[in-house]
Design a protein around this ligand. Structure first.
Ligand code: GLN
Length: 549
C-alpha cells in the first residue's frame, strides 16, 4: 500500500512548490523508497497543450504523449524517472470525465454535483498511481494557492482522503512565504498564519510548514509559527533562497524534512540518504573550469519558463563538462541579415529554439546561416531544425522562396510540410505528433558519435516535418539525414559534414535530460562550444573524457 503526501501552497504563487515537492521526493528516493510525484492543476483547460508559453511556461511532454505542466520536468530531472499521462490532472480533465460519464448514463436519476461526483473523481485520480503497486510514496502537488475558488474541490478531496485513511498513510505539507520587512528589519509570520487558518477552515490541518524566506528563521520565529499554525516546532522547515534549485534537496536534508515525513508516515527501517551522484553533480556545477557563451535564439525569451527544460539541460551538460554555460538570450524577432553578425559575434554556440507560427522565423533563419557559414557550433530543436532545413534550401540549394507551409502555404519549395496524418485534423488539443518515437541513426554520423548507438527513442511535439520529396536534393547538396523514424522514414536528425558541430533534431532532447543522465546532445554541444572558444583563444582543445557522474 502506498502512502500519500499532499503539497499545498499559501500566501502567493511562484513559491517553488514543484521544487520543494521534487526535493522531498529526491530525499525519500535516496533513502531507498519508490516515489513518484503528480500535479493537480485547478485550471479548466484539459491540459496545458493549448496554452501560450507566455501564460504558463513550457509545455512538458511525457513518453506516452501527455502535454503537461512544466513541474513534471522537474520531477523527472530530480528523480530520474519517467512520468506519464496519469501524473498531471486538471480541473478540465476531471469535469470531462464526469460529464462523459453523465452522458453515458452512469449517474442515471441523480443530480451530478461537485461533492461527491467531482471530488470522487479527484480522489480516484489522486489514488491511481498508488494503486499501481509500483510506489511506496505518492506525492501530489496541488497547483494554485490556498483560498483560490478553483482549488476548493481539490482541498476538499484531500480533506476527505485524510479522513478516510489511517493517520499514518497520509499527510499535508504546506509551503508558505515569510516576507521580510526591510524598514522594520523583521520577518513577518502573519501571512502564514492566515494561510494556514484558511486551509484549516477548509478542513485540512497541515502537518509540516515549509517557509520560503530570504533570511534565516530564528528558533523564536519557528516556535511562533508552530504555535499559531498548530504544528510541532520541528515541523517548521526553513527554505532559504538557494543559488540553484539543485541545492534544495540538500537544504531540506539539513532541515530534516524527510525525517519528519518518515516519522509521520511511520515508515521505519529506512536507509541513510545515498546522494553521492547528486553531490558529485553539484560539486562540478559549483566549480567550473571553463566558460562558454551560448546564444538561445527564441521568441519567448522574456519568459525564462518558456525554455525551462532547455535551460536545465544546459546546467546538466555544463556540470559534466565542468563548464559554466552562460546563456545569452537573443530575441529572434529583432535579428536581421544586417545585424546578425553583430548580435552573435561573441557566442561560442547557437541554439535555435522550438516554437510555433511565423513571428521571428526570419531572424532564426539568419542566425542559422551565420552559424553555418562562421563554423559556429549549431544545435536546432524542432522548429530550430526546420529553420536549418529552410536556410539550407534557400542559401545552398538556391531555392529563394523555400519555406515551411506553417508560415507560407503557397511556397514553391515546401521543404517543411504538414504530415499526412495531420492534414485532416481540425481540433487543436492533444492532436500533434506527441510522445516517444523510435529513431534509427546512420553509422559514422555525428549523431552516431554523440549517442554511441544506432537505435534511440526521443519525445516529439510538432505537426510539420521534413518533406521527403526533396530528400535527394538535400543529400546531393550535403545535408545529411542522420536519423530517421524506422516505421515511416520521417527525417528526425539533419547534420552537416564540413562543420565542427551542426545538428538539428525534429524531437525534443531537452525533455529527457536529468541530473543523473545529462542528454548526450547537450553534453556534446557544450563540448563543441568549449572547443570553439578554445580555438578563439588558441588553446589546444582537451578531449571530452567519457565519464559518468
Ligand atoms: N511549429 C512546428 C511544428 O509544429 C515546430 C514545433 C516545435 O518547435 N515544437 O512542426
Amino acid at each position: 500500500m502506498a502512502k500519500f503526501i499532499f503539497v499545498t501552497g499559501g500566501v502567493t504563487s511562484s513559491l517553488g512548490k514543484g521544487i520543494i515537492a521534487a526535493s522531498l521526493a529526491k530525499l525519500l528516493q535516496s533513502r531507498g523508497l519508490k516515489v513518484t510525484i503528480q500535479k493537480f492543476d485547478p485550471y479548466i483547460n484539459v491540459d496545458p497543450g493549448t496554452l501560450n508559453p507566455y501564460e504558463h511556461g513550457e509545455c512538458f511532454v511525457t513518453d506516452d504523449g501527455a502535454e503537461t505542466d512544466l513541474d513534471l520536468g522537474h520531477y523527472e530531472r530530480f528523480l530520474n524517472i519517467n512520468t506519464s499521462q496519469a501524473n498531471n490532472v486538471t480541473t478540465g480533465r476531471i469535469y470531462q470525465t464526469v460529464i462523459n460519464k453523465e452522458r453515458e448514463g452512469e449517474y442515471l436519476g441523480k443530480t451530478v454535483q461537485v461533492i461527491p461526483h467531482i471530488t470522487d473523481e479527484i480522489k480516484r485520480r489522486m489514488l491511481l498511481l498508488g494503486d499501481s503497486g509500483k510506489y511506496d510514496i505518492v506525492i501530489t502537488e496541488l497547483g494554485g494557492t490556498v483560498g483560490d475558488i478553483e482549488s476548493l474541490p481539490f482541498v476538499e478531496a484531500v480533506r476527505q482522503l485524510q479522513w478516510e485513511m489511517p493517520e499514518e498513510d497520509c499527510m499535508v505539507v504546506h509551503l508558505t512565504l515569510i516576507p521580510y520587512l526591510k524598514a522594520a528589519k523583521e520577518l513577518k509570520t502573519k501571512p502564514t498564519q492566515h494561510s494556514v487558518r484558511l486551509l484549516s477552515q477548509e478542513g485540512v490541518q497541515p502537518n509540516v510548514i515549509v517557509c520560503r524566506t530570504e533570511h534565516p528563521l530564528s528558533d523564536e520565529i519557528k516556535r511562533k509559527i508552530a504555535l499559531f499554525c498548530n504544528v510541532k516546532p520541528n515541523a517548521v522547515i526553513e527554505a532559504m533562497d538557494a543559488s540553484t534549485i539543485y541545492e534544495v534537496p540538500l537544504k531540506m536534508l539539513e532541515e530534516g524534512l524527510d525525517v519528519i515525513v518518515l516519522k509521520k508516515l511511520q515508515i521505519n527501517g529506512y536507509a541513510a540518504p545515498e546522494l553521492t551522484k547528486w553531490r558529485g553533480f553539484l560539486d562540478k556545477l559549483n566549480y567550473p573550469k571553463s566558460r562558454v557563451k551560448i546564444g538561445l535564439i527564441g521568441k519567448y525569451i522574456e519568459l525564462q519558463d518558456a525554455y525551462k527544460s532547455i535551460l536545465e539541460s544546459f546546467i546538466h551538460a555544463g556540470s559534466i563538462n565542468q563548464c559554466k554555460v552562460q546563456i545569452v538570450n537573443v530575441h529572434s524577432e529583432y535579428i536581421t541579415a544586417d545585424n546578425v553578425a553583430e548580435k552573435l559575434k561573441d557566442l561560442d554556440g547557437l541554439l535555435v529554439a522550438p516554437g510555433f507560427g511565423s513571428r521571428g522565423v526570419e531572424g532564426k533563419i539568419a542566425a542559422v546561416q551565420y552559424a553555418r557559414e562562421q563554423q559556429l557550433p549549431f544545435f536546432g530543436i524542432c522548429l530550430g531544425m526546420q529553420m536549418a532545413v529552410i536556410e539550407y534550401a534557400r542559401n545552398v540549394l538556391g531555392w529563394k522562396d523555400a519555406h515551411s507551409t506553417e508560415m507560407d502555404t503557397a511556397t514553391p519549395y515546401p521543404v517543411i510540410a504538414l504530415m499526412d496524418e495531420q492534414k485532416k485534423i481540425r481540433k487543436k488539443g492533444g492532436t500533434m505528433r506527441l510522445g516517444a518515437y523510435d529513431c534509427d541513426i546512420k553509422e559514422n554520423s555525428l549523431a552516431f558519435n554523440i549517442y554511441g548507438q544506432e537505435k534511440i527513442s526521443e519525445r516529439h511535439r510538432h505537426r510539420w516535418e521534413f518533406n521527403n520529396k526533396f530528400l535527394t536534393d538535400f543529400e546531393n547538396a550535403g545535408l545529411i539525414p542522420s536519423g530517421k523514424n524506422p516505421a515511416n522514414g520521417l527525417v528526425e536528425i539533419v547534420e552537416l559534414k564540413d562543420h565542427p558541430f551542426f545538428i538539428g533534431v525534429q524531437y525534443h532532447p531537452e525533455l529527457k535530460s536529468t541530473v543523473e543522465n545529462p542528454h548526450p546532445l547537450f553534453v556534446h554541444f557544450v563540448q563543441a562550444a568549449k572547443e570553439f572558444s578554445d580555438r578563439k583563444l588558441n588553446i589546444k582543445p582537451e578531449k571530452l573524457e567519457k565519464e559518468t557522474i
